[in-house]
Design a protein around this ligand. Structure first.
Ligand SMILES: NC(=O)c1ccc[n+]([C@@H]2O[C@H](COP(=O)([O-])OP(=O)(O)OC[C@H]3O[C@@H](n4cnc5c(N)ncnc54)[C@H](O)[C@@H]3O)[C@@H](O)[C@H]2O)c1
Length: 289
């Protein structure tokens, strides 16, 4: 377990906005050496300057599209070459949108799978051998979502990526336990809707996922954007996220639920599984069916 953060190295992805920026501020206040990564150059540079002022021992920016494996690999290598160690990895960069499996364009689905799921898997893949070799207390935080343990309508690909992060993290924990590796601990952040920049995800769309699919001119698409604006701007305040995550790192907590009331929805899902019931959106909404 990491108990003393001063002088330790943290890599934080998606550090330009939202959760990543909050986590970078907290890591800076604790005197860590930071490598902040993001595709959003101006937001990243602003956070580099802010975290330097907040007390980061050292800080550098890594501007890259982390939906590409090579960039994730180079980010981890850069942290080690700059600071000599890798103690904390926060896999956070991600996007979110709504829409059905038969309407959302393939390029959007690929984009979400690449950044929400693959980037987090490749982050673990690159970091774990370094942390194993180091043998010192290390921690990996994977930012999933309450959508990683519950399922609701309209977010099939988001659910698929966030469930994937939960499953891959748990499976990796077992693999390390079987190998007798105990210096690397993990946490999963599982929030419901929180006020961040997530509804402006299109600002962070890499060139290779651009398309002129007619879906973007449809009422369905406009309605999905309006829904995302509504739920994110009326989401929970962001203030408790960084304290909860650092408490989890210091006190070895694995599942971090900022809105534990959402577990009631997870319970319905697990009752469906245990009782072999067909999923029903009305039951999910609390109706007696
Ligand atoms: N806000 C919520 O309601 C909520 C709830 C549950 C989980 N999450 C998860 O939290 C994480 C952070 O999201 P947020 O809400 O802070 O959103 P945000 O948009 O405020 O921040 C996401 C950051 O990731 C960066 N990013 C996006 N694509 C990238 C790419 N290809 N390469 C590098 N950086 C990239 C963005 O530039 C941005 O700075 C995401 O994984 C998201 O799924 C958010």
């Amino acid at each position: 377990m990491i108990k003393e953060f001063r002088g330790k190295t943290a890599v934080i992805t998606g550090a330009g906005n939202g959760f990543g920026a909050e986590l970078a501020r907290e890591a800076a206040r604790r005197g860590m050496k930071l490598l902040l990564a993001d595709i959003d150059g101006p937001a990243l540079q602003a956070m580099v300057a802010e975290t330097r002022k907040l007390g980061a021992q050292e800080v550098a920016g890594f501007e890259a599209d982390l939906s590409l494996y090579e960039n994730v690999r180079d980010m981890i290598a850069k942290a080690v070459s700059l600071y000599g160690t890798l103690d904390l990895l926060i896999n956070n960069a991600g996007i979110g949108f709504d829409g059905t499996i038969w309407e959302v364009p393939l390029n959007d689905a690929d984009w979400m799978i690449d950044i929400n799921l693959k980037a987090m898997l490749w982050g673990m893949r690159e970091a774990i051998p370094i942390m194993m070799k180091q043998g010192t207390p290390c921690h990996i935080v994977n930012v999933s979502s309450s959508s990683g343990v519950i399922t609701t309508k309209g977010m099939w690909v988001y659910h698929a990526t966030k469930h994937g992060v939960v499953a891959a993290t748990e499976s990796t924990v077992y693999d390390l336990q079987l190998r007798g590796v105990s210096n690397i601990r993990f946490s999963l952040l599982l929030p419901g809707f929180v006020q961040t920049d997530l509804n402006h995800y299109n600002r962070h769309r890499p060139e290779r996922y651009q398309s002129d699919d007619p879906f973007y001119a449809s009422d369905t698409y406009r309605a999905s954007q309006a829904y995302l604006d509504e739920v994110i701007t009326h989401g929970a305040p962001i203030d408790n996220i960084a304290p909860l995550v650092f408490d989890a790192i210091e006190n070895d907590k694995f599942y971090v639920f900022p809105q534990p009331e959402l577990l009631a929805v997870a319970k319905i899902r697990f009752e469906d599984i245990l009782q072999n019931r067909y999923p029903n959106i009305l039951r999910l909404r609390g109706d007696d069916v």
